[in-house]
Design a protein around this ligand. Sequence first.
Ligand SMILES: C[S@@+](CC[C@H](N)C(=O)[O-])C[C@H]1O[C@@H](n2cnc3c(N)ncnc32)[C@H](O)[C@@H]1O
Length: 276
Amino acid sequence: MTVSEENYIELLKEVIIDIDNANRYQLTPYPSHRSNFLKRFVINTMINTLSKKELIITGINEHGVKQRESGQGWPINGYSMIGTKRLNNVQFCIESVIKNNVEGDFIETGVWRGGACILAKALFNILDKDRTIWVADSFEGLPKPNEELYPEDKGDDLYSIEQLRVSMEQVKQNFKRFNLFDDNVKFLKGWFKDTLKDAPIEKIAIARLDGDMYESTMDSLTNLYHKVSPGGFVIIDDYGVIEACKKAVHDFRDQNGITEELINIDDCGYYWQVAK
Ligand SMILES: C[S@@+](CC[C@H](N)C(=O)[O-])C[C@H]1O[C@@H](n2cnc3c(N)ncnc32)[C@H](O)[C@@H]1O
């Protein structure tokens, strides 16, 4: 990349996580996995009320900028909640597949406002325009847990969080905002269990899984893993903080004899490189 291209990518990452407003209050993620019932109830009610009435609370949070590095707290504005370190990991994986001629596309399962895919598109526009960015989401938030099939998801209430429902039209608008919407950005709208199996994807260089739940992680791995090229990457956004997600990863790896090292990006995100 030229110096100007590098500067553009650095600036884009800052805009994607809305670093300028990081010292204002942000919404607390994953209350259901970290807090007791009362705290969970209060936080969920606060998040739902805020997003319904489109209010924004502001205030001083002196740790905000540091927190955005590791994606703690959801930005009120901004296009991704994953923070600088995990955005840098997206860049690292893309640069690696380009350098090593690893074939295939980029897919993210669980995109929220689309920021990680927007960064991927900007990088591939510079490095290899022919790669497709697959943007997979219900665009209606998370599914209710299917406790019979996936007992690991019992009690998960992320489906109830209004803030996590972002429409496909909004995500398309977000790509357009950066002039990054073209025919190589393709949307897979619906639940992963329905959309991924027959998606017309030939090869994958990078699969970024960010569906939080056991079911969502397992559906993504089951339907996509066999398409990941040797030397390609599998990124699991929530491995470090959501037990059910971690269990899905280990169940899948054990069932398929996958032994490649799991490398941590920050407390939350992990990835592995598929053997060459
Ligand atoms: C934590 S957010 C993703 C954050 C995003 N990667 C970013 O950069 O900010 C989780 C997303 O996964 C989606 N999702 C979770 N499980 C799903 C499923 N089984 N099918 C379809 N979408 C799902 C939700 O709609 C939500 O947009």
